[in-house]
Design a protein around this ligand. Structure first.
Ligand SMILES: C[S@@+](CC[C@H](N)C(=O)[O-])C[C@H]1O[C@@H](n2cnc3c(N)ncnc32)[C@H](O)[C@@H]1O
Length: 222
């Protein structure tokens, strides 16, 4: 082979090997820009009981920091928290199942997920979570509960056997006690249940909307 041909072939091979990484990074950056632009556009438009932006960021950080990949959200509404969770899952290579009972909010959420560029990372279900959650097979490593407050403990009981060791149950509108009285829109029983559960370490984060996290211990009680 002529020297110039050999150099040409080597360059083609080099380009081929380098291109997947280059296009992967390009893809990540394009997705990040799309998500950021969508969140910016929607910043003051979330009006359906959605989490505040600060709490969305907290959810994002929990998923990325722990490398979670199998997520479940109970209570999609129009998709604000789902977008933060799915954006994090786009970094870890994971997927989110999210469920809501309200058809109008479900449809809006699906449109929002597409517009944010995150549709491929989300399996949105229109269903009564009281029925669907016990039926889901799992396993999960991250669960976010943000639906009907008086059912939080039942949701927890249904997902605990499907939660991997090291996994996390996060729940919204759960607050620390004030002046000896616990409050939080009916989530007090859930907090009591989780904080007394021997297999979990539960705490409440500094958060605008009240966010508890319960991490499943690596070794659980027999
Ligand atoms: C606080 S909002 C969720 C907000 C959402 N996580 C966000 O930040 O964008 C609660 C949602 O739970 C849904 N919900 C209430 N009861 C439900 C049930 N039994 N099954 C499924 N969804 C339910 C409501 O329709 C509502 O959209």
């Amino acid at each position: 082979m002529k020297k110039s041909l050999r150099i040409g072939a080597a360059l083609v091979l080099l380009g081929f090997l380098a291109s997947p990484a280059v296009s992967q990074n390009g893809k990540d950056e394009a997705l990040d820009s799309k998500v950021r632009a969508f969140l910016q556009k929607m910043r003051y438009e979330w009006r359906d009981m959605n989490v505040p932006e600060t709490d969305g960021k907290l959810l994002y950080d929990i998923v990325v920091k722990n490398g979670y990949t199998k997520a479940l959200e109970i209570g999609t509404s129009t998709g604000h928290s789902g977008i933060w969770i799915a954006w994090a899952l786009s970094k870890t290579g994971g997927k989110l199942i999210t469920v809501d009972i309200d058809e109008g909010r479900y449809r809006e959420a699906v449109a929002n997920f597409e517009q944010a560029g995150l549709g491929d990372f989300i399996d949105a279900r229109l269903a009564d979570a009281h029925e669907l959650v016990p039926e889901l097979k799992g396993p999960f490593d991250f669960v976010f509960i943000d639906a009907d407050k008086d059912w939080y403990t039942n949701y927890a009981k249904a997902v605990i056997p499907k939660l991997e060791a090291g996994g996390c149950i996060a729940a919204h509108n759960v607050y620390a006690s004030r002046g000896g009285r616990r409050y939080g829109m009916g989530t007090g029983d859930f907090y009591e249940f989780m904080s007394k559960h021997p297999d979990f370490e539960t705490s409440i984060l500094e958060s605008r909307g009240g966010l508890s996290t319960s991490y499943k211990k690596k070794t659980v009680a027999e």
